[in-house]
Design a protein around this ligand. Structure first.
Ligand SMILES: Cc1cc2nc3c(=O)[nH]c(=O)nc-3n(C[C@H](O)[C@H](O)[C@H](O)COP(=O)(O)OP(=O)(O)OC[C@H]3O[C@@H](n4cnc5c(N)ncnc54)[C@H](O)[C@@H]3O)c2cc1C
Length: 387
Protein backbone atom coordinates (compact mmCIF):
# COMPACT_ATOMS: atom_id res chain seq x y z
CA UNK A 1 0.00 0.00 0.00
CA UNK A 2 1.37 3.45 -0.91
CA UNK A 3 1.36 6.27 1.61
CA UNK A 4 -0.46 9.50 0.75
CA UNK A 5 0.82 12.88 1.99
CA UNK A 6 2.93 11.41 4.76
CA UNK A 7 0.04 9.24 6.00
CA UNK A 8 1.23 5.72 6.87
CA UNK A 9 -0.28 2.64 8.44
CA UNK A 10 2.79 2.24 10.67
CA UNK A 11 5.60 4.57 11.71
CA UNK A 12 8.66 2.97 13.29
CA UNK A 13 10.77 5.36 15.40
CA UNK A 14 14.45 4.38 15.45
CA UNK A 15 16.69 2.81 12.82
CA UNK A 16 18.80 0.53 15.00
CA UNK A 17 19.01 -3.21 14.40
CA UNK A 18 15.65 -3.67 16.17
CA UNK A 19 13.77 -0.89 14.30
CA UNK A 20 15.17 -2.10 10.96
CA UNK A 21 14.23 -5.73 11.76
CA UNK A 22 10.71 -4.54 12.64
CA UNK A 23 10.45 -2.57 9.38
CA UNK A 24 11.56 -5.66 7.45
CA UNK A 25 9.11 -8.00 9.21
CA UNK A 26 6.26 -5.51 8.65
CA UNK A 27 7.16 -5.28 4.95
CA UNK A 28 6.00 -8.91 4.59
CA UNK A 29 2.46 -7.49 4.78
CA UNK A 30 0.37 -5.06 2.72
CA UNK A 31 1.08 -1.99 4.83
CA UNK A 32 2.46 1.50 4.22
CA UNK A 33 5.43 1.88 6.57
CA UNK A 34 7.80 4.72 7.42
CA UNK A 35 10.93 4.49 9.56
CA UNK A 36 12.14 7.73 11.16
CA UNK A 37 15.76 7.96 12.28
CA UNK A 38 17.31 11.04 13.84
CA UNK A 39 20.85 10.28 12.67
CA UNK A 40 22.22 10.49 9.12
CA UNK A 41 22.10 6.70 8.67
CA UNK A 42 20.71 3.55 10.25
CA UNK A 43 22.69 1.74 12.96
CA UNK A 44 24.40 4.80 14.43
CA UNK A 45 23.00 4.17 17.92
CA UNK A 46 23.85 1.18 20.12
CA UNK A 47 23.61 -1.19 17.18
CA UNK A 48 27.08 -0.20 16.00
CA UNK A 49 28.58 -0.16 19.52
CA UNK A 50 28.40 -3.70 20.85
CA UNK A 51 30.36 -6.99 20.83
CA UNK A 52 28.71 -8.50 17.74
CA UNK A 53 28.03 -11.77 19.56
CA UNK A 54 25.16 -14.06 18.64
CA UNK A 55 24.50 -15.32 22.15
CA UNK A 56 23.39 -18.90 22.75
CA UNK A 57 21.05 -17.96 25.62
CA UNK A 58 22.43 -19.60 28.80
CA UNK A 59 22.97 -16.30 30.63
CA UNK A 60 19.29 -15.39 30.92
CA UNK A 61 16.71 -16.38 33.49
CA UNK A 62 14.41 -19.14 32.18
CA UNK A 63 10.94 -17.94 31.20
CA UNK A 64 11.99 -14.35 30.51
CA UNK A 65 11.57 -12.75 27.08
CA UNK A 66 15.33 -12.21 26.99
CA UNK A 67 15.92 -15.95 27.31
CA UNK A 68 13.16 -17.03 24.90
CA UNK A 69 13.92 -14.48 22.17
CA UNK A 70 17.69 -14.95 22.47
CA UNK A 71 17.45 -18.71 21.96
CA UNK A 72 15.04 -18.23 19.02
CA UNK A 73 17.32 -15.58 17.55
CA UNK A 74 20.40 -17.78 17.94
CA UNK A 75 18.72 -20.73 16.21
CA UNK A 76 17.54 -18.66 13.21
CA UNK A 77 20.56 -16.35 12.90
CA UNK A 78 22.49 -18.35 10.30
CA UNK A 79 19.44 -18.38 8.01
CA UNK A 80 18.85 -14.65 8.52
CA UNK A 81 22.48 -13.89 7.62
CA UNK A 82 22.29 -16.18 4.60
CA UNK A 83 19.10 -14.46 3.37
CA UNK A 84 20.73 -11.04 3.73
CA UNK A 85 24.29 -11.98 2.69
CA UNK A 86 25.68 -10.89 6.07
CA UNK A 87 28.78 -12.56 7.59
CA UNK A 88 28.19 -15.07 10.37
CA UNK A 89 30.63 -17.49 12.04
CA UNK A 90 29.74 -20.08 14.65
CA UNK A 91 33.05 -20.01 16.52
CA UNK A 92 31.81 -21.08 19.98
CA UNK A 93 32.53 -19.64 23.41
CA UNK A 94 34.23 -20.69 26.63
CA UNK A 95 33.30 -19.27 30.04
CA UNK A 96 36.50 -19.78 31.99
CA UNK A 97 36.76 -20.55 35.70
CA UNK A 98 39.99 -19.49 37.38
CA UNK A 99 39.13 -20.51 40.95
CA UNK A 100 37.58 -23.68 42.32
CA UNK A 101 34.53 -21.82 43.62
CA UNK A 102 33.65 -20.71 40.10
CA UNK A 103 33.10 -24.27 38.86
CA UNK A 104 29.82 -24.35 40.78
CA UNK A 105 28.76 -21.21 38.85
CA UNK A 106 29.62 -22.91 35.55
CA UNK A 107 27.35 -25.81 36.47
CA UNK A 108 24.54 -23.38 37.33
CA UNK A 109 24.96 -21.63 33.97
CA UNK A 110 24.87 -24.98 32.17
CA UNK A 111 21.68 -26.01 33.97
CA UNK A 112 20.11 -22.62 33.21
CA UNK A 113 21.09 -22.94 29.55
CA UNK A 114 19.61 -26.41 29.33
CA UNK A 115 16.34 -25.10 30.77
CA UNK A 116 16.38 -22.46 28.03
CA UNK A 117 16.96 -25.27 25.45
CA UNK A 118 20.48 -24.20 24.52
CA UNK A 119 22.19 -27.12 22.77
CA UNK A 120 25.63 -28.66 23.19
CA UNK A 121 26.73 -27.10 26.51
CA UNK A 122 29.60 -28.98 28.17
CA UNK A 123 31.78 -28.46 31.22
CA UNK A 124 35.36 -29.06 30.15
CA UNK A 125 38.49 -29.55 32.28
CA UNK A 126 41.78 -27.64 32.04
CA UNK A 127 43.32 -30.15 29.57
CA UNK A 128 40.40 -29.81 27.17
CA UNK A 129 40.45 -26.01 27.61
CA UNK A 130 44.20 -26.02 26.74
CA UNK A 131 43.42 -28.06 23.61
CA UNK A 132 40.73 -25.59 22.48
CA UNK A 133 42.50 -22.42 23.62
CA UNK A 134 46.23 -23.03 24.17
CA UNK A 135 46.90 -19.45 25.35
CA UNK A 136 44.07 -19.14 27.87
CA UNK A 137 44.63 -19.71 31.60
CA UNK A 138 41.87 -21.51 33.51
CA UNK A 139 41.03 -24.58 35.57
CA UNK A 140 37.75 -25.47 33.81
CA UNK A 141 35.22 -23.93 31.44
CA UNK A 142 31.69 -24.05 30.15
CA UNK A 143 31.93 -24.67 26.40
CA UNK A 144 29.09 -23.36 24.22
CA UNK A 145 29.41 -24.49 20.57
CA UNK A 146 26.30 -22.53 19.47
CA UNK A 147 27.65 -19.05 20.24
CA UNK A 148 28.54 -17.15 17.06
CA UNK A 149 29.70 -13.76 15.78
CA UNK A 150 28.34 -11.43 13.12
CA UNK A 151 28.78 -7.87 11.85
CA UNK A 152 26.22 -5.72 13.68
CA UNK A 153 26.71 -2.87 11.18
CA UNK A 154 26.27 -4.97 8.05
CA UNK A 155 23.27 -6.73 9.57
CA UNK A 156 21.50 -3.45 10.42
CA UNK A 157 22.19 -2.04 6.95
CA UNK A 158 21.07 -5.27 5.23
CA UNK A 159 17.81 -5.37 7.22
CA UNK A 160 17.15 -1.74 6.24
CA UNK A 161 18.00 -2.32 2.57
CA UNK A 162 15.69 -5.33 2.39
CA UNK A 163 12.88 -3.39 4.06
CA UNK A 164 13.46 -0.51 1.62
CA UNK A 165 13.36 -2.95 -1.30
CA UNK A 166 9.96 -4.12 -0.02
CA UNK A 167 8.48 -0.63 0.12
CA UNK A 168 9.38 0.78 3.55
CA UNK A 169 10.11 4.53 3.36
CA UNK A 170 13.20 5.61 5.33
CA UNK A 171 13.48 9.18 6.62
CA UNK A 172 17.00 9.90 7.91
CA UNK A 173 18.04 13.03 9.84
CA UNK A 174 14.43 12.96 11.06
CA UNK A 175 14.06 13.39 14.79
CA UNK A 176 10.70 12.85 16.45
CA UNK A 177 9.98 15.84 18.71
CA UNK A 178 6.42 15.23 19.86
CA UNK A 179 3.45 12.96 19.19
CA UNK A 180 -0.28 13.78 19.44
CA UNK A 181 -3.23 11.42 19.31
CA UNK A 182 -5.86 12.77 16.88
CA UNK A 183 -9.64 12.54 17.26
CA UNK A 184 -9.89 9.80 14.62
CA UNK A 185 -7.37 7.89 16.80
CA UNK A 186 -4.47 8.33 14.33
CA UNK A 187 -1.16 9.75 15.55
CA UNK A 188 0.39 13.02 14.43
CA UNK A 189 4.17 12.72 14.72
CA UNK A 190 6.06 16.03 14.66
CA UNK A 191 9.66 15.93 13.54
CA UNK A 192 12.37 18.39 12.53
CA UNK A 193 11.46 17.44 8.91
CA UNK A 194 7.70 17.99 9.17
CA UNK A 195 4.67 16.00 10.16
CA UNK A 196 3.76 12.31 9.72
CA UNK A 197 0.36 10.75 10.32
CA UNK A 198 -0.02 7.05 11.15
CA UNK A 199 -2.41 4.51 12.61
CA UNK A 200 0.34 2.70 14.57
CA UNK A 201 3.54 3.94 16.18
CA UNK A 202 6.37 1.58 17.11
CA UNK A 203 8.73 3.12 19.66
CA UNK A 204 12.11 1.48 18.97
CA UNK A 205 14.24 4.45 20.00
CA UNK A 206 16.75 2.49 22.12
CA UNK A 207 18.31 4.72 24.79
CA UNK A 208 15.62 7.35 24.10
CA UNK A 209 12.64 4.98 24.15
CA UNK A 210 11.61 6.35 27.58
CA UNK A 211 11.55 9.89 26.15
CA UNK A 212 9.46 8.79 23.14
CA UNK A 213 7.05 6.82 25.39
CA UNK A 214 6.56 9.91 27.54
CA UNK A 215 5.48 11.86 24.43
CA UNK A 216 2.11 10.08 24.63
CA UNK A 217 1.68 8.89 28.21
CA UNK A 218 2.72 9.63 31.77
CA UNK A 219 6.08 8.55 33.18
CA UNK A 220 6.23 4.79 33.38
CA UNK A 221 9.60 3.88 31.93
CA UNK A 222 13.06 5.17 32.61
CA UNK A 223 16.26 4.26 30.77
CA UNK A 224 19.61 4.58 32.53
CA UNK A 225 22.68 4.62 30.28
CA UNK A 226 25.36 2.16 31.41
CA UNK A 227 28.62 2.56 29.52
CA UNK A 228 30.76 -0.30 28.26
CA UNK A 229 34.22 0.63 27.00
CA UNK A 230 36.32 -1.56 24.68
CA UNK A 231 39.84 -1.90 23.36
CA UNK A 232 40.33 -3.11 19.78
CA UNK A 233 43.39 -5.27 19.04
CA UNK A 234 45.21 -5.34 15.72
CA UNK A 235 44.47 -8.19 13.31
CA UNK A 236 48.08 -9.36 13.86
CA UNK A 237 46.89 -10.59 17.28
CA UNK A 238 44.04 -12.71 15.90
CA UNK A 239 46.01 -15.97 16.46
CA UNK A 240 45.85 -15.53 20.25
CA UNK A 241 42.34 -17.00 20.63
CA UNK A 242 40.00 -19.14 18.54
CA UNK A 243 36.73 -18.58 20.37
CA UNK A 244 34.97 -16.06 22.59
CA UNK A 245 36.59 -16.05 26.03
CA UNK A 246 34.36 -14.95 28.94
CA UNK A 247 34.88 -14.84 32.70
CA UNK A 248 32.33 -16.36 35.05
CA UNK A 249 29.67 -13.62 35.42
CA UNK A 250 29.38 -11.97 38.83
CA UNK A 251 26.00 -12.18 40.57
CA UNK A 252 24.06 -8.87 40.30
CA UNK A 253 26.52 -7.36 37.76
CA UNK A 254 25.10 -5.22 34.94
CA UNK A 255 27.13 -6.96 32.22
CA UNK A 256 28.66 -10.36 31.47
CA UNK A 257 32.18 -9.35 32.52
CA UNK A 258 35.28 -8.30 30.56
CA UNK A 259 35.54 -10.74 27.67
CA UNK A 260 37.67 -11.29 24.60
CA UNK A 261 35.71 -11.32 21.39
CA UNK A 262 37.07 -12.15 17.96
CA UNK A 263 35.27 -9.93 15.42
CA UNK A 264 34.14 -11.00 11.99
CA UNK A 265 36.88 -8.74 10.55
CA UNK A 266 39.69 -10.49 12.42
CA UNK A 267 40.30 -8.04 15.28
CA UNK A 268 39.83 -8.94 18.94
CA UNK A 269 37.73 -6.79 21.28
CA UNK A 270 38.51 -6.52 24.99
CA UNK A 271 35.61 -5.29 27.11
CA UNK A 272 33.05 -4.02 27.82
CA UNK A 273 33.36 -2.30 31.18
CA UNK A 274 30.29 -1.51 33.19
CA UNK A 275 29.56 2.00 34.47
CA UNK A 276 26.29 3.88 34.96
CA UNK A 277 26.70 7.39 33.58
CA UNK A 278 24.46 10.47 33.48
CA UNK A 279 24.44 11.48 29.81
CA UNK A 280 22.95 9.36 27.03
CA UNK A 281 25.42 10.41 24.34
CA UNK A 282 28.65 10.22 26.29
CA UNK A 283 30.52 7.62 24.22
CA UNK A 284 33.97 8.57 25.44
CA UNK A 285 36.62 6.13 26.62
CA UNK A 286 38.69 6.77 29.72
CA UNK A 287 42.22 5.97 30.74
CA UNK A 288 41.42 4.27 34.12
CA UNK A 289 38.96 1.91 32.42
CA UNK A 290 41.44 1.14 29.64
CA UNK A 291 44.04 0.16 32.27
CA UNK A 292 41.48 -2.01 34.03
CA UNK A 293 40.52 -3.77 30.73
CA UNK A 294 44.17 -4.65 30.07
CA UNK A 295 44.61 -6.02 33.59
CA UNK A 296 41.40 -8.11 33.41
CA UNK A 297 42.29 -9.53 29.98
CA UNK A 298 45.78 -10.51 31.13
CA UNK A 299 44.26 -12.67 33.87
CA UNK A 300 43.11 -15.01 31.05
CA UNK A 301 45.67 -14.21 28.42
CA UNK A 302 49.07 -13.23 29.81
CA UNK A 303 50.31 -12.95 26.19
CA UNK A 304 48.33 -9.80 25.43
CA UNK A 305 50.67 -6.85 25.12
CA UNK A 306 49.78 -3.13 24.84
CA UNK A 307 51.49 -3.08 21.43
CA UNK A 308 48.48 -4.90 19.95
CA UNK A 309 46.01 -2.14 20.91
CA UNK A 310 44.95 -0.02 17.95
CA UNK A 311 41.94 1.91 19.26
CA UNK A 312 39.02 2.11 21.69
CA UNK A 313 35.26 2.79 21.65
CA UNK A 314 32.25 2.51 23.92
CA UNK A 315 28.57 1.59 23.84
CA UNK A 316 25.75 2.44 26.25
CA UNK A 317 23.42 -0.22 27.62
CA UNK A 318 19.77 0.93 27.67
CA UNK A 319 19.12 -0.22 31.23
CA UNK A 320 15.80 -0.22 33.03
CA UNK A 321 17.40 -1.37 36.28
CA UNK A 322 18.71 1.67 38.24
CA UNK A 323 22.33 1.64 39.43
CA UNK A 324 21.16 1.07 43.02
CA UNK A 325 19.72 -2.28 41.88
CA UNK A 326 22.00 -3.34 38.99
CA UNK A 327 21.46 -6.60 37.14
CA UNK A 328 18.98 -6.97 34.29
CA UNK A 329 15.28 -6.34 33.84
CA UNK A 330 13.39 -8.17 31.14
CA UNK A 331 12.66 -6.66 27.69
CA UNK A 332 9.38 -4.76 27.45
CA UNK A 333 7.61 -5.31 24.11
CA UNK A 334 4.00 -4.28 24.52
CA UNK A 335 1.17 -2.07 23.38
CA UNK A 336 0.81 0.90 25.72
CA UNK A 337 -1.90 0.19 28.29
CA UNK A 338 -3.20 3.75 27.99
CA UNK A 339 -2.64 4.62 24.29
CA UNK A 340 -4.08 2.18 21.75
CA UNK A 341 -1.85 1.25 18.77
CA UNK A 342 1.31 2.64 20.40
CA UNK A 343 3.83 -0.17 20.82
CA UNK A 344 6.80 0.29 23.15
CA UNK A 345 10.13 -1.53 23.04
CA UNK A 346 11.91 -0.62 26.27
CA UNK A 347 15.18 -1.82 27.78
CA UNK A 348 16.36 -3.72 24.71
CA UNK A 349 19.88 -4.23 26.00
CA UNK A 350 21.94 -7.37 25.34
CA UNK A 351 21.02 -9.78 23.70
CA UNK A 352 19.02 -7.35 21.53
CA UNK A 353 21.24 -7.92 18.49
CA UNK A 354 20.82 -11.71 18.70
CA UNK A 355 17.09 -11.40 19.35
CA UNK A 356 16.32 -8.61 16.83
CA UNK A 357 14.36 -10.81 14.44
CA UNK A 358 12.22 -12.61 17.07
CA UNK A 359 11.60 -9.21 18.73
CA UNK A 360 10.38 -7.89 15.37
CA UNK A 361 8.13 -10.92 14.86
CA UNK A 362 6.61 -10.32 18.29
CA UNK A 363 5.76 -6.73 17.32
CA UNK A 364 4.11 -7.97 14.12
CA UNK A 365 2.10 -10.52 16.18
CA UNK A 366 0.74 -7.67 18.35
CA UNK A 367 -0.49 -5.82 15.23
CA UNK A 368 -1.65 -8.98 13.46
CA UNK A 369 -3.92 -9.91 16.37
CA UNK A 370 -5.75 -6.61 15.87
CA UNK A 371 -5.68 -6.21 12.10
CA UNK A 372 -5.46 -9.63 10.37
CA UNK A 373 -2.68 -8.50 8.05
CA UNK A 374 -2.57 -9.73 4.46
CA UNK A 375 0.73 -10.78 2.86
CA UNK A 376 2.70 -8.48 0.56
CA UNK A 377 2.45 -10.23 -2.85
CA UNK A 378 5.65 -8.56 -4.11
CA UNK A 379 7.81 -9.62 -1.19
CA UNK A 380 11.53 -10.16 -1.88
CA UNK A 381 13.21 -11.59 1.19
CA UNK A 382 16.50 -12.92 -0.22
CA UNK A 383 19.49 -10.75 -1.02
CA UNK A 384 19.95 -10.52 -4.79
CA UNK A 385 16.64 -12.34 -5.48
CA UNK A 386 15.31 -9.57 -7.73
CA UNK A 387 18.40 -9.50 -9.98
C1 LIG B 1 28.39 -2.59 25.33
C2 LIG B 1 27.31 -3.39 24.66
C3 LIG B 1 27.56 -4.66 24.17
C4 LIG B 1 26.55 -5.42 23.59
N1 LIG B 1 26.85 -6.63 23.06
C5 LIG B 1 25.87 -7.36 22.46
C6 LIG B 1 26.17 -8.61 21.86
O1 LIG B 1 27.31 -9.01 21.76
N2 LIG B 1 25.14 -9.34 21.38
C7 LIG B 1 23.85 -8.92 21.44
O2 LIG B 1 22.96 -9.67 21.05
N3 LIG B 1 23.55 -7.70 21.95
C8 LIG B 1 24.51 -6.91 22.43
N4 LIG B 1 24.24 -5.68 22.94
C9 LIG B 1 22.87 -5.18 22.85
C10 LIG B 1 22.55 -4.64 21.46
O3 LIG B 1 23.58 -3.83 20.96
C11 LIG B 1 21.25 -3.82 21.57
O4 LIG B 1 20.27 -4.60 22.21
C12 LIG B 1 20.72 -3.40 20.21
O5 LIG B 1 21.70 -2.79 19.42
C13 LIG B 1 19.55 -2.45 20.44
O6 LIG B 1 19.09 -2.02 19.19
P1 LIG B 1 18.02 -0.86 19.11
O7 LIG B 1 17.61 -0.79 17.68
O8 LIG B 1 16.96 -1.10 20.15
O9 LIG B 1 18.78 0.45 19.62
P2 LIG B 1 19.71 1.53 18.79
O10 LIG B 1 20.67 0.85 17.90
O11 LIG B 1 20.23 2.44 19.80
O12 LIG B 1 18.61 2.23 17.88
C14 LIG B 1 17.73 3.21 18.34
C15 LIG B 1 17.69 4.29 17.28
O13 LIG B 1 16.67 5.24 17.60
C16 LIG B 1 17.12 6.49 17.16
N5 LIG B 1 16.33 7.51 17.87
C17 LIG B 1 16.32 7.77 19.20
N6 LIG B 1 15.45 8.78 19.48
C18 LIG B 1 14.90 9.14 18.29
C19 LIG B 1 13.94 10.14 17.93
N7 LIG B 1 13.37 10.96 18.83
N8 LIG B 1 13.59 10.26 16.62
C20 LIG B 1 14.14 9.47 15.66
N9 LIG B 1 15.08 8.51 15.97
C21 LIG B 1 15.45 8.35 17.26
C22 LIG B 1 18.59 6.50 17.52
O14 LIG B 1 19.33 7.46 16.79
C23 LIG B 1 18.99 5.06 17.18
O15 LIG B 1 19.52 4.93 15.87
C24 LIG B 1 25.24 -4.88 23.51
C25 LIG B 1 24.98 -3.59 23.98
C26 LIG B 1 26.00 -2.83 24.53
C27 LIG B 1 25.72 -1.44 25.00
Amino acid sequence: MKAVNNHYDVVVIGGGVVGCAIARELSRYKLSIALLEKEADVGWGISCRNSGVVHAGFNYKPGTLRAQLCVKGNKSFAKLCQELDVPYKKIGKVVVAQKKGEIRELKKLKAQGEKNKVEGLQIINSTELKRLEPNVKGIAALYSPETAITSPYLLTIALAENALRNGVCFFLNTEVKSIAKLRNSDFRINTNQGEFISSYVINSAGLYSDRVAHMVSKDKYRIYPCRGEYYVLDKNASWIINRLIYPVPKAGASGLGIHLTPTIDGNILIGPSNEYIKIKNNFSTTSPVMKMLSAEARKFLPLISPGYIIRSYSGLRAKQAPSSEGGFWDFVIEESDTVKNFINLIGIESPGLTAAQPIAKRVVEIINKKERLSPNPQLIILWGQEV
